[in-house]
Design a protein around this ligand. Sequence first.
Ligand SMILES: [Zn+2]
Length: 226
Amino acid sequence: MSLVPPILNQNVPDRLLWKDRYAKHREFSTYEAWDNVRSRGEEVHWAELVWFSQCIPRHSFHMWLVIKNKLKTQDRMGIWDAGSATNLNLMCCPLCWNGKDSRDHLFFQCLYGLQVWNMVKDLAYMETVDANWDSIMNWFYQNPSGKSSEFLVGKMVVAASTYFIWQERNNRLFSTKQREATLIANIILHTVRMKLMTFKPGRGSKSPLLLERWKSQVKTMSIDPG
Ligand SMILES: [Zn+2]
């Protein structure tokens, strides 16, 4: 076996390249370095629902907790031993005062959550979807046009809805501040609209006209500063 000596080209300056996990040579970047050393698991089927390039990161993080059912809702806290000083049996959903809250209760069986959902679901293109968490997730999984603008807006509205309803739930638990469901619905739609405003035309969207129409639809809605 003979060794082939490397071909050195004196006219080209040397470059430092890194070999990635597929043995391809690349320029160094912190993204590549992290992507190569991070631990990996199987990609979950809802990954695209939570993390996508146009997402609002704090909403996505929250949505991740919702999908994993890891929010500290009262049904989950009820099984903890909190000691005699706290009677967890007395806990009640601070939005409707009708039993303990849970992920499925808040999104959107709770009367308050349902009110919010009914005001935003049309603009999420989910008017025919039942107002319960399983139906909403099934709609996402079965949607044949998962990359469409409608789907993108739907993901953003659902994530924003869970985020702001959870925020209102916590506000009511830990302060006396209360906001009407109408105001929360308006905050959800305006937050998504503000995010859509940052999109460059055509970027991540097959139907920029639809997004433009959506933005102007929400713009005409009034918001009560509360
Ligand atoms: Zn409730």
